[in-house]
Design a protein around this ligand. Structure first.
Ligand code: COA
Length: 165
């Protein structure tokens, strides 16, 4: 039984930070260096980073629970224009390939519609072929690519993908 609920408590953000660290260190070594993974986890997915995103930058986190246990998370942000930004979309490795990602995405689309948005967009590492395939299957199109300097000599080399609601 899967539930997807808005994160309201600090304790949940701590839980998500712990899961994020595990997923990043398990999944990304084939794409990114260990140094870049550590840097990005601290900069974007640590408790402090997520607390700042939710309090000051307009992000909302959703906890994905399977039989009550945290198994994934989503972060979204309504933009000032007609777009809804899907910033984080992660599932624990043992829960992948079970149809949960499609359920998670439906929840994102509902949120975007509730905000009156016309599209959902995301950035995804160009070499993250599984995620790119999943997003294509769901109906996203690649609209651009971008290299973003994130400091300390690291860059993010991403596609920008968009889904029209
Ligand atoms: C991205 C992620 C959340 C997707 O979850 P997942 O469980 O792997 O996704 P699924 O296997 O359920 O695939 C979702 C859909 O895409 C389809 N799909 C998967 N791989 C596919 C492929 N190569 N070609 C076509 N369709 C594919 C699935 O059939 C499924 O469709 P369905 O629900 O209609 O059956 C998960 O893989 C993950 O957490 N990855 C690590 C972190 C990550 O990369 N996050 C994204 C950062 S941008």
């Amino acid at each position: 039984m899967v539930s997807i609920e808005k994160v309201t408590a600090d304790s949940e953000l701590h839980e998500i930070a712990e899961l994020a660290g595990k997923i990043w260190h398990e999944f990304f070594p084939v794409i990114l260096s260990a140094e870049q993974i550590d840097y990005m986890v601290e900069k974007f997915q640590s408790y402090g980073a997520m607390k700042n995103q939710t309090e000051n930058e307009g992000y909302c986190y959703l906890a994905v629970r399977c039989d009550g246990k945290l198994c994934g998370y989503i972060a979204v942000k309504p933009e000032q224009d007609s777009r809804f930004f899907l910033s984080k979309f992660y599932l624990r490795s043992d829960m992948r390939g079970k149809g949960i990602a499609s359920e998670m995405m439906q929840r994102v689309f509902e949120g975007a519609k509730a905000h009156g948005k016309k599209s959902v967009y995301l950035t995804v590492n160009k070499y993250n072929t599984h995620a790119v395939d999943v997003y294509h299957k769901i109906g996203f199109e690649t609209v651009d690519s971008v290299v973003t300097d994130i400091g300390n000599g690291f860059v993010m080399d991403d596609y920008i993908m968009e889904y029209k609601l």
